[in-house]
Design a protein around this ligand. Structure first.
Ligand SMILES: *Cc1c(COP(=O)(O)O)cnc(C)c1O
Length: 420
């Protein structure tokens, strides 16, 4: 089936009421038939609902629908995108291990890997996403996962999946893509051999800036890569916290199952059923919205490129972009999502533009139906020096746009006025 159909129907079987909309199962716990039933569920002899920290029927529909859209085996929803990224790492790495992460990633991923995980004894090596050949020298026997973004936020680069996955496969290391900006509508990382996909569903998935959320999806057949792989011995050895369960013995999607049974059990970044329900509503229109975000962003990028006050436009859908070829290769119909950035003379000019728009709002979010303008040098990247800003690909005169779903001409008129 096609994405537009999956986005509306996948993962939902109507109950006896015939309810068309997915119900919100607003409950903490579930009644067992008897104590034997309860014992069987705890021992995984039967699968079923135990407690909402571990699973919930509304979240279950969202998870199945998202897994179907990504073409994956199974998914687990989390309370936020950062929780999904942390679980992807914590499911494979422990103190003494290391991970390899692209330099061009979301700010929260940089601080998680560079600071918080360091305190847990997990070391992070960084590589330039535009130069995957840097990865090989960083790998050793303690390397557990390679993480990058399909379209990077905020630098708006496009990752060369195949180049990165080739190196990972040579060393039997898992790869994990943060597909938040591209969404499964534009890009399906599993088709290029990626093992794990994570998202902040707070962005394009919810689509109207309504709810925080994250999701972690595993590819079909990941079990074959984990089974007997010395890098992932904890999947192949008895888990003392689950009375000696050996994950790789189970005929189930191992990666997400272990996140659920172990990390969700112990850390509990569970989504609220209501937020999962909001995400289900978002998914229904995601294919339509991504087309509109992408076409509007392309028109605006072309307008900005022709504007005398703009020295550079970063948008992978533009023919002049150094990422155009990769965008054509990896993204459906070359659609490149709704994020773009452009450079003007200096910090003052950039701030004046951001302060002069009426429709574009000054907000640190992306993927909303409402257009957003950000000046990274004075907000998200404020603590960096002039040199560090250039290193991070964020010059002082850079303005970032998240193009929403308003009329494209109204957005261009707004920018024309703000550019002066
Ligand atoms: C927003 C974002 C995150 C973090 O997600 P939250 O839902 O805010 O926790 C991670 N990765 C990318 C690419 C993001 O844009």
């Amino acid at each position: 089936m096609h994405d537009q159909t999956l986005a509306i129907h996948a993962g939902y079987e109507k109950d006896a009421m015939g309810t068309m909309a997915v119900p919100i199962y607003q409950t903490t716990a579930y009644e067992f038939r008897d104590t034997e039933h309860a014992a069987n569920l705890f021992a995984l002899k039967e699968l079923g609902n135990i407690y909402t920290r571990l699973m919930n029927p509304t979240s279950d529909v969202f998870e199945k629908r998202f897994a179907a859209l990504e073409g994956g085996e199974a998914a687990i929803a989390t309370a936020s995108g950062m929780a999904a990224i942390f679980y992807a790492i914590a499911n494979v790495a422990e103190a003494g291990d290391n991970i390899i992460v692209a330099k061009q990633v979301y700010g929260g991923t940089t601080t998680l890997t560079g600071h918080t995980l360091k305190r847990f004894g997990i070391k992070t090596h960084y590589f330039n996403v535009n130069n995957p050949s840097e990865i090989e020298a960083l790998i050793d026997e303690k390397t557990k996962i390679i993480i990058f973004e399909s379209i990077t936020n905020p630098s708006i680069d496009v990752a060369d999946f195949e180049a990165i996955v080739d190196i990972a496969k040579k060393h039997n290391i898992m790869t994990c893509v943060d597909n938040t900006v591209a969404t499964p509508i534009l890009c399906k990382p599993f088709e290029y051999g990626v093992d794990i996909v994570v998202h902040s569903t707070s962005k394009y998935t919810t689509g109207q800036g309504l709810a925080l959320g994250g999701i972690l999806v595993e590819r079909k057949g990941l079990v074959d890569m984990i089974k007997g792989n010395a890098r992932y011995s904890h999947f192949n050895e008895p888990d003392d916290s689950y009375h000696g369960l050996v994950y790789s013995d189970l005929p189930l999607p191992l990666f997400t199952l272990r996140v659920r049974l172990s990390l969700m059990r112990d850390l509990g970044a569970t989504p609220a059923p209501f937020n999962s329900w909001l995400h289900i509503q978002g998914l229904e229109t995601l294919p339509l919205r991504m087309k509109q975000h992408s076409s509007s962003a392309l028109t605006i990028a072309e307008f900005l490129e022709a504007h005398p006050k703009v020295s550079k436009v970063n948008y992978p859908g533009l023919k002049s972009s150094s990422h155009y070829t990769l965008a054509q290769k990896y993204f459906k119909n070359g659609m490149a999502s709704g994020l773009l950035s452009f450079e003007v003379a200096d910090k003052e000019t950039a701030q004046k533009i951001a302060d002069s728009t009426d429709i574009f709002a000054v907000v640190v979010n992306i993927g909303d139906s409402k257009s957003i303008i950000t000046h990274p040098a004075s907000t998200t990247h404020q603590q960096l020096s002039e040199n560090e800003l250039i290193e991070a690909g964020v010059p002082a005169g850079l303005v970032r746009l998240s193009v929403g779903l308003e009329d494209t001409q109204d957005l261009i008129d707004d920018l024309t006025k703000a550019l002066g």
